[in-house]
Design a protein around this ligand. Structure first.
Ligand code: MN
Length: 195
């Protein structure tokens, strides 16, 4: 099958003022679209076409080597990571649903407070050199903050349960926050369950 980027579950302007509409448009219509196009053209005629789940492709990355391994790591991850990114945001001032509240309770329980979690999350993101992602994952009942380089993600390390995922590539924030990854992080977290 072909693997698709999600349609945005909001209008381009709805993340304003935290993420400006121009950044959303470029990020979804140019960057995310490029990962989708590159991945689908690179897997034609390969066993990856037989998969019906992108999650499973990423979990199985070690079964593939050479060019296909690179394609999964870069462009397959690029599709998945952005699909996750766009669909995690909480728009407006709606209440958290039960599932989101449960995750927030776990965060507070494990990190001591929401603020302590946010500090740790931001400080880990500032330690990532170059482009990549920062994640909050549930690894067998234990919440962990992890970073991955480029378009790698937790599934490639056998972790399926991803709770928060923030794009740390400059294209995610440069138009509004210039080189301040920290300002972007402080603000973008206000669109997630720890807002
Ligand atoms: Mn991106």
């Amino acid at each position: 099958m072909k693997f698709k980027k999600v349609d945005l579950p909001f209008e381009n302007w709805e993340l304003e003022p935290i993420i400006d509409s121009h950044t959303v448009e470029l990020h979804h219509e140019k960057h995310h679209a490029r990962y989708e196009k590159s991945f689908n053209s690179s897997i034609e005629g390969t066993p990856i076409m037989d998969y019906s789940s992108l999650d499973q492709v990423l979990l199985d990355i070690d079964k593939f080597d050479g060019e296909l391994n690179d394609q999964i790591r870069r462009n397959g991850g690029g599709i998945w990571n952005h699909n996750f990114y766009w669909t995690q945001f909480i728009i407006g001032d709606r209440e958290l649903n039960d599932e989101e509240q449960k995750i927030l309770d776990l965060i507070v329980k494990q990190f001591g407070s929401k603020e302590a979690f946010i500090d740790e999350f931001i400080s880990a993101s500032l330690k990532l050199f170059g482009s990549g992602w920062i994640w909050l994952v549930n690894d067998g009942g234990e919440l962990k903050i992890m970073t991955t380089p480029n378009q790698e993600n937790p599934l490639m390390y056998g972790i399926r349960d991803v709770l928060i995922g923030i794009d740390l590539w400059e294209h995610a924030y440069y138009l509004k926050y210039l080189n301040s990854r920290k300002k972007y992080l402080v603000n973008v977290l206000k669109l997630t369950i720890v807002r």
